[in-house]
Structure formats: C-alpha cells, structure tokens
Design a protein around this ligand. Sequence first.
Ligand SMILES: Cc1cc2nc3c(=O)[nH]c(=O)nc-3n(C[C@H](O)[C@H](O)[C@H](O)COP(=O)(O)OP(=O)(O)OC[C@H]3O[C@@H](n4cnc5c(N)ncnc54)[C@H](O)[C@@H]3O)c2cc1C
Length: 375
Amino acid sequence: MKKFDIFVIGGGLSGASTALHLSKKGYSILVIEKEIRQNIKPCAGGMASSMKKFLPLNIEKAIESKIRNVEFRWKGSDNVIADLSGESPFWIIKREKLDQLLIDEALKNGTEILRPVTVNKITKENNKWKINCSNNFIYKSEFLVIADGSQSKWAGHFNLGPRRPKYANTIALRLKGLGNIPKDAVRFDFGFIKYGFTWAFPLKESVNIGLGTFINNGLLEDEEINNKIIKSFGFENLSFQNTHKKLRIWNGFHKINGDRILAVGDAASLCDPFLAEGIRPSLISSFYAAESIDQCLSQKLNHLNNYSKNMNDKWGKSMAWGRRIAQVFYRFPKTGYQLGVKRKTAPKRIAQILSGEMNYEDIAKRVIKRLLIKN
Ligand SMILES: Cc1cc2nc3c(=O)[nH]c(=O)nc-3n(C[C@H](O)[C@H](O)[C@H](O)COP(=O)(O)OP(=O)(O)OC[C@H]3O[C@@H](n4cnc5c(N)ncnc54)[C@H](O)[C@@H]3O)c2cc1C
C-alpha cells in the first residue's frame, strides 16, 4: 500500500494549486482526478492580476487578454465604460492552460496524479486516511484535501461548508471570433436574465460567453432570449455547443476544515454570489490550505482551524456583503443598474472590485458612511 503526506481529490484549479504549493514545500502528494484530461472548462477565465501573488509560478503562457476597459450594458444597449487604470489589473486566462501549467509544475516537484480515477471509499484508521479507488488500489495519507468542485461529493460527506449549498445556474459557451467585443475589454450585460446577468470575455481568437442566474435557482432555458444575448455580443451564427453548470456560491460563514481534512475552491462554496468569481477564492484558499497543512506537518500546530478562520476573515467578510448586494441588485435589477452602474463613481468601483483593489465590505462601509454623513 503506497503512502503519501497528502491526498488531493480533484485536479482542477484549486486541487492543482494546492498540490503545487505543498509540493514546493517538499511533501509527497497524490492527486486523484476523475477526468482523463482537461476538456474545455466552463469558465470565462477573468481574474485579477493581483492574484499572481498567491501562485508560485509565472502564468504568462495562460494569459490570453489583458483588459483595459469594462463595459456595462442594459439589454444590449446603453454603454457605460469603466477604465481600468494602472498596469492591466484584470486578465483573461485560458483555464485549460492555467490548470495544466499548475499541475505540470506540481508533477515536476514529485507530485503523482491518477487519472481518470475516482475515489470509491474514504476511511480513517489510526489518524491516517485510507482511500479505495476505482483502479482497485488502496492508498494512505496524513492529510486530505477536497477539491472536487461545485458538484463535490465529499465536502458534504465530511460536513465541510454549508449543509445545504446554494447554487447559481450558468450556461457557458466559447465562440470563434470576437464578435463586437474589443480585444482588451470585458462586457457585462444586465436586464436580459432574471436574477442574474450575462458576460463576454475575450480570448485571443474567441470569446467566452456566460449566462448566470443567482437567486431562486432561476432557469436559463429561454432559447429566444439566449439567442438575443448572443446576437447582442455580435455573433450571427447561432449553431454552438453550450455547457450548463451549477456553481456553488458562498452562503455564510462555515467551518471548511475538520481533523486532518479541508475543502478548497468551489467544493468549499467560496464563489462570489454577485459576480460568480471563483478563480480568486480558489487561489486564496489553496494558498492558506497549503500553509495550514504545512504548519501541521512541520509540527508547529496540531489542527487546521486557522484555515477556516483565514478564509472567513479574508474572503467571507467581503462575500457576506456581496451576497447582500446580490439579493437587492438582482431582485430590483433596473434600480440596481441605475445605482450600481449609472452612478458617476459606480463603474470605477466595480472595476476596483474586479481588480482586487477593493472588496464588497469596503464599498458597503463607504455607502453606510455616506448615508450617516447625509443624515
Ligand atoms: C460559466 C462559468 C464561468 C465562470 N467564469 C469565471 C470567471 O471569469 N472568473 C472567475 O474567477 N471564476 C469564474 N467561474 C468560476 C470558476 O470557474 C470556478 O470557481 C473554478 O473552476 C473553481 O475551481 P475548482 O478547482 O474548485 O473546481 P473545478 O475547476 O470544477 O475542478 C474540480 C475538479 O475535480 C474533478 N472531480 C470532480 N469530482 C471528482 C471526484 N469525485 N473524484 C476526482 N475528481 C473529481 C473535476 O473533474 C475537476 O477537474 C466561472 C464558472 C462558470 C460555471
């Protein structure tokens, strides 16, 4: 029976980046991934460039566009433009490439990966994790990282995160050509989708289009509206393939670690409930997960509780405000658009959120302060 320091279930963004951080620290890791290889990932790839500080390698090869402007529209018309000042603070990366870069680097450091393999059973014996896999092998490890994404089977099994996860419904498509999206701009369009919005993020030679609805498990099945949206992004050929995906969104402060186990990324329900941002929390959670596991393996601590605390402090506090904003904005989208986009300073604030310069908590505090001063 082969033994490892750490098992990582799921070799997507958060699994690969956790494995990379830990492999750099010299630990032995086994990643178990159910897919044979990276297919097209239903992810638009927008990320704040400031997140590179959470990655121990250069990801230039995965960057497809560096964004200078953020465009906002209401049902395909109106055009509010926010200028992203500074050195391209927002990038569009190709997710398949980014995930591959991370896993390749982890493999170079000695990480092992099993794919396509699923885990059939996980048990704990004498403080060691024992897993039985679909390849009929049994492995043992000291720590377990759950990184199996929004459809996680294991986060709930081990009581990590919300008991009843909340989901956004999304549709993702990648279309050839750029339509009418400038190569250095992303576009958000409100009003077409009930309780949500649509987005178009340019890659080098194609555009990632997404439709998302965030409240009441709204549906996205109206083909007529969906075609209107795609046409509004400048595409005439409507024969395309799309992917439906339910995305686990942040839903309250929860413990996302247990004894020698923790969940990262979507499996930990960390996606932004307002804008569906999940790359940032995946990278942040991987970083703190690796830090906590290292503290235990190097015997500085004997628990992983710092991990949940860090994620609640550094991510959850902002998401609590993001959730409140989403609940008001998507219920009253027209008013939301007037206040959240048409106000003079609003586009700049959204741009600052996307680039990681500000969080929802900072914004909410500003608004409250303004109200207090007014009264
Ligand atoms: C349409 C859409 C657009 C998006 N656009 C953006 C964006 O522009 N910017 C942004 O920040 N975020 C975006 N997101 C969110 C982002 O894609 C996710 O938050 C991110 O992929 C989370 O990474 P992850 O590694 O936690 O999960 P995943 O990337 O889903 O990886 C999970 C991995 O686990 C594997 N797996 C699952 N179950 C098992 C199992 N039982 N055993 C072994 N392996 C398993 C899967 O095959 C997969 O490889 C978008 C999401 C969607 C759906």
